[in-house]
Write a protein that binds this ligand. Structure first.
Ligand SMILES: [Zn+2]
Ligand SMILES: [Zn+2]
Length: 632
């Protein structure tokens, strides 16, 4: 953002469309000044999907004003003024600001107060530049398109209040949002996508399709899964278990709480404390674990329970890692045991701020497709590659054509605060990771200063079919925790070594991944994932027909197909409509003629009536499609 004083280098990295949108913000300011010359402007950066400009103005701008403002903007674009850059001295810039000439069309009675403040915060060694389009002059580092006429298509979208520099101690301003594209076609597509996204919103579909609820009595951010949601969960777990088994993973089971000391050893406390639920304080039997190892007779003799004077804190588990690390350490390990891959769909609880909670995307309780891979440094490349391959296979299965791996690295100036103080290990592991990413030709970008506290990480961003972006999974390299928890293996030369660890969760959490899938498929899940795979609809309620239908139902269920029957006396059209509304994948419509021919009439959601087919053939098709997890 502009008020964070983006460096000139970062400015130069603005993408073409960001440049276009930022230039549109200048045009927006120009138009507002033509209508309200007293307007004072603060920052006007490009943001995801658009731009804004913060303005201080007695008149309260509302969407009713947009037409008038847009008309002025169009005039400015039609005039095709060049964006002219002027470099000035600090003194010149301050003089212009005092005359009210910055972010203005003329000199004014009032100084350009926010621009003066921004100048004060520009480092003394940095050049100060102004940009002019027509009469409008703004303090700005750039970058812009060549001329106002290069702005192809734009629209103002909303107005909100915002504090100057987003700090509530500062005055409140009006933030006018808009978006711009090179062409009208792209602009229209963007709004069509937003419209479609609204229809696909997982919170709306999650309710309509009876997938999950969030209940007032249970609490915010704590989703409960209805049978239809649980069915999707079961399928995802089956997929993960099969995939991981084939890749040599072993499954473990851990608990949901642990003593404070574990998270202190792992380093999650204090670094991660504010993301954890507050602890439970228990006064506890200090000998409990020791006594558990006695024989029954010894235990009877030592029956006095020893309570400690002080209490012990227990935390809800926010990460599965420390628990898995304990399982690694529980058995003496040699290099021959490595790589060791421990997997669990583990529960985690995190204390997200209530303002951050959002449907299934931001929750306080989650179940994660987790695994921890322990290895020697020589094994790192192959393991890391195999993990990436698993990601790519999943992307293919779910039809995700567009993805990006964001490789987050550490900032050496923040060692000991934001990042564990292990300078050399940071360098080594980041270098290894970078090499694997480069060699495998995966689509990635590197982002400094965003690593996890114990090592570099890779966030996987995917785009749904309608182009919405989601971060669903992370993949982390960890050299700090194994050391802190004293994990060891005996190397070839019988020397104790610390293993490297990879944390990975390709399917993310059930919550976020299913939230994503609902929007990706618009609730029209492929057969294998569909909460209700088949619904049998009888034409009429004659007893013979019902017997035949129940026989088919039982056969489906014997083959683990999620099937239901609608044997009500309603008209068939009503039954079809109900099934379509719930997005049931396949409907078997069964009438007297079907029964006599030992057949079923098949109807597929979204495809309509496929006609009558022999029962055996239909059954075989369904089982094959499920088994192969076809995208149909
Ligand atoms: Zn600018
Ligand atoms: Zn982990």
């Amino acid at each position: 953002m502009e008020d964070e004083r983006k460096t000139p280098e970062m400015r130069a990295q603005m993408t073409d469309v960001e440049r276009l949108r930022h230039s549109t913000a200048h045009v927006l300011a120009t138009a507002i000044l033509k209508i309200w010359p007293e307007a004072q402007f603060a920052a006007g950066p490009p943001v995801d999907n658009g731009f804004y400009y913060d303005v201080d103005l007695p008149h309260r701008i509302s969407p009713d004003d947009f037409e008038k403002i847009e008309a002025e903007m169009k005039k400015e674009i039609k005039a095709n003024h060049p964006f002219e850059r002027m470099e000035v001295s600090r003194h010149e810039a301050l003089e212009l600001g005092k005359k009210g000439r910055l972010a203005a069309l003329t000199d004014r009675d009032q100084p350009s107060k926010f621009k003066l403040d921004i100048i004060e915060n520009i480092p003394t060694d940095e050049k100060i530049s102004l940009y002019r389009n027509g009469d409008f002059i703004d303090l700005c580092a750039g970058a812009h398109v060549m001329r106002t006429g290069n702005i192809g298509a734009f629209r103002l979208t909303s107005v909100a209040s915002a504090y100057y520099k987003d700090d509530e101690k500062n005055p409140q301003l009006q933030r006018v949002y808009g978006t711009a594209f090179k062409t009208k076609k792209e602009l229209d597509e963007h709004f069509a996508m937003l419209e479609e996204a609204k229809k696909r919103d997982h919170r709306k579909l999650g309710k309509e399709l009876e997938i999950y609820i969030i209940d007032e009595d249970v609490g915010p951010g704590l989703p409960l899964w209805l049978p239809r949601g649980a069915a999707i969960i079961e399928e995802l777990e089956k997929l993960a278990k099969e995939t991981e088994f084939a890749a040599g993973y072993q499954r473990v089971r851990t608990v949901n709480i642990a003593r404070e000391r574990l998270y202190k050893k792992s380093g999650h406390l204090p670094y991660y404390a504010e993301s954890m639920f507050p602890p439970m304080e228990l006064s506890e039997d200090v000998e409990a674990i020791k006594r558990d190892e006695l024989t029954r007779e010894e235990s009877d003799i030592a029956s006095t329970v020893q309570r400690s004077n002080s209490s012990t804190k227990y935390y809800l588990k926010a990460m599965n890692c420390p628990h898995h690390h304990k399982l690694f350490a529980a058995v003496p390990r040699s290099y021959r045991d490595l790589p060791l891959r421990l997997a669990e769909y583990g529960f985690c609880h995190r204390y997200e701020q209530s303002g951050e909670l959002f449907g299934l995307m931001r929750v306080r309780s989650m179940q994660m497709n987790d695994a921890h891979l322990y290895m020697t440094p020589e094994q790192f490349g192959a393991e890391f590659n195999a993990v990436n391959e698993m990601y790519l296979n999943y992307f293919k299965l779910f039809g995700l054509d567009k993805y990006l791996m964001r490789f987050s690295t550490h900032d050496p100036t923040k060692l000991g605060q934001k990042f564990v103080d292990e300078s050399e290990l940071w360098k080594q592991t980041e270098e290894m990771t970078r090499r694997v990413l480069k060699d495998s030709g995966i689509n990635y970008v590197e982002v400094p200063n965003e690593a996890a506290f114990y090592g570099p990480k890779i966030d996987v961003q995917v785009w749904s079919v309608i182009g919405r972006e989601f971060t669903i999974a992370t993949n982390q390299v960890d050299f700090a925790q194994p050391r802190r928890l004293n994990l060891r293996y005996k190397d070839r030369d019988n020397v104790d070594k610390v293993p490297l660890c990879i944390h990975r969760a390709p399917l993310g959490t059930h919550e976020r991944f299913i939230g994503f899938l609902i929007e990706h498929y618009a609730g029209n899940f492929p057969l294998w994932l569909s909460p209700e795979q088949v619904r049998i609809l009888t034409i009429g309620d004659e007893s013979q027909l019902l017997d035949y239908s129940r026989e088919i139902l039982n056969e489906l269920r014997r083959h683990q197909v999620r099937a239901e029957i609608d044997a009500s006396s309603d008209k068939i059209n009503g039954k079809i409509q109900r099934a379509e509304q719930m997005k049931v994948h396949t409907m078997f419509v069964i009438g007297k003629r079907d029964m006599e021919a030992n057949a079923v009439s098949v109807r597929v959601h979204g495809k309509g009536n496929l006609g009558a087919k022999p029962r055996r053939e239909v059954m075989a098709d369904i089982l094959r499609s499920i088994k192969e997890r076809r995208s149909e």
